[in-house]
Design a protein around this ligand. Sequence first.
Ligand SMILES: Cc1ncc(COP(=O)(O)O)c(C=O)c1O
Length: 384
Amino acid sequence: MTSWTLECSACVPVRTRDADGFPGVCDVCGSPYLVRYAALPSPEAKSLLRCQRWTMWRYDGWLPLASGEHPVTLGEGGTPLLKVERLAARLGFDHLWVKDEGVNPTGSFKARGLAAAVTRAVLAGAKQFVVPTAGNAGVALAAYAARAGVEARIYAPTSTPKTILDQIRAFGGDLLLLDGHIGDCGIAARLYAANTGAIDVSTLREPYRIEGKKTLGLEIAEQLGWNLPDVIVYPTGGGTGLIGMWKAFQELQQSGWLRSPLPRMFTVQAEGCAPIVQAFESGAERAAPWPDPRTVAAGLRVPGPLGDRLMLRALRESRGGVVAVSDEALSTAAHDLQVGEGIDAAPEGGAAVAGALSLLRRGIIRAEERVVVFNTGAGWLYRA
Ligand SMILES: Cc1ncc(COP(=O)(O)O)c(C=O)c1O
């Protein structure tokens, strides 16, 4: 039976608490909690995967779900890892894959985290949720709240792509638009949670979205025969995907499931909002808030992420790095994925490809390395 506690990601000495109720951030220092399992699946448990359906819940032994508990699910996960040989040849890579998260229910990788967070909170009795969003997390929360029969309040910037806003409303989300960016929406969401008792599922303000995102890493490992790639290039905003994947790789390594070393992890941000790139390059442990964030890749418009310390730690521990790309470069790369490979990339997916290319041209990635880039969302969500 799976059991776990919560560990503060910053307190020294390490501070833990039990997982009852609705855990938020550490009540001493305000940093995110991470889930620590009493035991992880043994290598023999690999054979059990054969009997599991291709959704993220096939990895239930790695997830915060006790036996007898049922997840709130729309069939999220199990997305294709596509070898893109034509694009690779054109750009100069020998081995390039795209993990296509745009085909998830709700059109983005946000489905994984919100499925996990809504599942845990509903099992603890939640009836009402709130989230600030750059767009896709709002669609996912609206859909998973509908699936669970509970309510969702969503705060999004007025600049969010219209189709994404339409999807939030289509799933019955109670949408409020604010002038400003996701940080301003976060302030409104915390106030709403304090006034109403709604559960705040903002990025890293509860510990379970990260666990859902971990399945990105578990899936890549299984799809590549438990041989991880040399390099992962990931479009980063709040950091849930990067932090979740790095946690998955560390847990897989601890449990003896891997046949390879861990990959180098690279963050891609937009030139108009690159707090993690700046912090990494200056050797800082925390990121300074980015003034006046601007980019067409809405999911990357996160000027002051709460997970900055965890992201920077993952990038440095993995001996990876950072890269910033222009809106022009990321839009061109998204178009290349669409017309060159038939993959309906979001601008953030374009950023991953543009970032990988920039790293290759500067010799930071070598042509012969095995590289996985993430298309984190569906392109159609960004079309009016
Ligand atoms: C399509 C897309 N890609 C990437 C991101 C960045 O997410 P994170 O850094 O939290 O994993 C977002 C966040 O909204 C997004 O919607």
